[in-house]
Design a protein around this ligand. Structure first.
Ligand SMILES: Cc1cc2nc3c(=O)[nH]c(=O)nc-3n(C[C@H](O)[C@H](O)[C@H](O)COP(=O)(O)OP(=O)(O)OC[C@H]3O[C@@H](n4cnc5c(N)ncnc54)[C@H](O)[C@@H]3O)c2cc1C
Length: 414
């Protein structure tokens, strides 16, 4: 077997692995990224949040991404029947980025990892991690290349950014069942010639089926758009059957889309992702840490995935740097608890979306402007901003506000 030695192995070249590897490379470590697939490769998850700009900036990726000319995103529009609510990130409570992009991930992810490579990270594509052994100070990773040749890498530390590959959660028995109902998504890319200027920039989210289902429309700069339906697995699987027949009919005829996709050509046959939610019971161990989708993926409704991936990648890399410099790191309090805190803010929003509480708030005519600004910050990804009251008391705030709005709307004289 071939042998190699590096400081850090990063498993996966998605946004999380790119950010983590770039940060460690900047600190002078010898970093090896092992990626199973050849890039560019398709992956879903195309609407970014402003907070991820902070992470891209921290590792020097912004200029390269800017050059590509991705679709600007300045907010999000939520629809339900006759109700429409717009959130513009410039109106958020937190001090932070007020815009971001909507991206075809094949291009975006490729730019990130190429930039990391140009900065000095070694990246090996079509190299699949097969085996990992971890201990306090020496880690072994075995990967196999396209020709089936195996190489054993010795490293001081491992960052698992393998997304749905979930390499270490599988190998180290860290998978934990999710408690929410199984939900799935069916989606395609479609031409979007009828796009109005209103629909020009931002993600549209259309709620239907009594809070149980929704459609996303994520416009790209080449006048194509990503469209998907998310709901419970049974409904979505049925929509995806026979080449996505019912899904296509749905997006062509859905009343609130006003015929936007009625005659447009699809760029590829609809694809299905079943039971997308995943969770790991522990996010670190001797010699390794998990980040991105290796930790947990909740739901696509608030486009949190890439921002949590870049944020956790950066946080994990900073701690790994301190550890490699000889500091004692409390991974529970300095990493897992902090990351889970941010994920939990999104969890309250996701639960509130599907149980109707958050939709009661979002589509209320009487939403308080301060409260709207606080919600807007969460939609921008600033889920660790403790100056935001809704970040501090997310679960209780959503429940009690929805209750008050329902009372006021059922009895306007109160
Ligand atoms: C339906 C749906 C819609 C979504 N919409 C959005 C959205 O609008 N906005 C958003 O921010 N997020 C969205 N997401 C979430 C988003 O897709 C993920 O959170 C994000 O891609 C996670 O990034 P990552 O870097 O952790 O993993 P990934 O981007 O998945 O990268 C992981 C990489 O690891 C590689 N890998 C896997 N196994 C191995 C192995 N054994 N050896 C080597 N390499 C390996 C893979 O090939 C892959 O390239 C959506 C998710 C779903 C399911």
């Amino acid at each position: 077997m071939n042998k190699e030695e590096v400081d850090v192995v990063v498993i996966g070249a998605g946004p999380s692995g790119s950010v983590a590897s770039a940060w460690l490379n900047k600190q002078g470590y010898k970093v090896l990224v092992l990626e199973k697939i050849k890039f560019p490769r398709f992956v879903i998850g195309e609407s970014l949040l402003p907070h991820c700009m902070d992470h891209l900036e921290a590792v020097g990726f912004l200029d390269a991404v800017k050059k590509h000319g991705f679709q600007l995103k300045t907010g999000a529009a939520f629809y339900k029947g006759d109700h429409r609510t717009d959130f513009l990130f410039k109106d958020q409570h937190s001090k932070g980025w007020t815009w971001t992009w909507q991206v075809k991930r094949a291009d975006f992810d490729h730019i990130l990892i190429k930039t990391a490579e140009e900065q000095g990270v070694t990246v090996k594509f079509e190299c699949e991690v097969k085996k990992v052994e971890c201990s306090t100070d020496k880690q072994l990773v075995v990967y196999s290349d396209v020709n089936g040749n195996e190489t054993e890498v010795t490293a001081k530390f491992i960052i698992d950014a393998s997304g749905y590959g979930r390499v270490l959660p599988r190998l180290f028995n860290l998978e934990e069942p999710v408690k929410t109902p199984s939900r799935s998504a069916v989606f395609c890319h479609i031409h979007d010639n009828k796009r109005t200027s209103q629909a020009g920039e931002n993600i549209f989210i259309h709620s239907f089926n009594d809070n149980k289902a929704w459609i996303w429309a994520i416009p790209f700069s080449d006048r194509t758009t990503s469209v998907g339906v998310v709901s419970e697995t049974e409904l979505v699987t049925d929509m995806a059957a026979n080449g996505g027949e019912k899904f296509i009919a749905h997006i062509r005829n859905f009343q609130d889309l006003n015929g936007r996709f009625a005659e447009e050509k699809l760029l590829f046959e609809p694809r299905l992702i079943q039971g997308y939610a995943v969770r790991s019971k522990q996010l670190f161990g001797n010699g390794y840490v998990l980040c991105g989708n290796s930790t947990e993926f909740l739901d696509p409704i608030f486009s949190s995935g890439v921002t949590l991936a870049t944020g956790s990648g950066l946080m994990a890399a900073k701690l790994a740097d301190r550890k490699l410099k000889g500091e004692e790191i409390n991974w529970q309090t300095e990493y897992e608890d902090i990351l889970r805190k941010g994920i939990d803010v999104f969890r309250s929003f996701v639960l509130g979306w599907y149980n109707g509480d958050l939709q009661t708030i979002l589509f209320s005519k009487t939403i308080d402007p301060n409260f709207k600004r606080q919600i807007c910050s969460v939609l921008a990804g600033y889920v660790w901003d403790e100056t935001n009251p809704i970040v501090k008391k997310h679960e209780a705030a959503i429940k009690s506000l929805a209750k008050v709005i329902r009372m006021m709307e059922s009895n306007p004289s109160t």
